[in-house]
Design a protein around this ligand. Structure first.
Ligand SMILES: [Zn+2]
Length: 73
């Protein structure tokens, strides 16, 4: 499966890639993860597929995982 497909499936699915919890379909992350992101990252998640969403999503997941590991405050 391509990375692009994985990202699309996550977008349509109900599992938050940031924390593994539940999220609403067609949202990037659960509300808690989304609101913990820096504002710039939040706004980048409004990009469209093929116009930067994939990169923004990947960066946000990496940021959330780093934060969960205590690397970001
Ligand atoms: Zn989450």
């Amino acid at each position: 499966m391509s990375e692009k497909q994985t990202i699309l499936e996550n977008f349509l699915g109900t599992t938050c890639a940031g924390c593994g919890g539940a999220k609403r379909p067609r949202m990037s992350h659960c509300a808690g993860c989304y609101h913990s992101l820096p504002r710039k990252m939040q706004s980048e998640l409004y990009r469209r597929f093929g116009e930067g969403y994939e990169a923004a999503f990947t960066a946000s997941v990496e940021w959330l995982h780093a934060r969960a590991a205590g690397e970001v405050r």
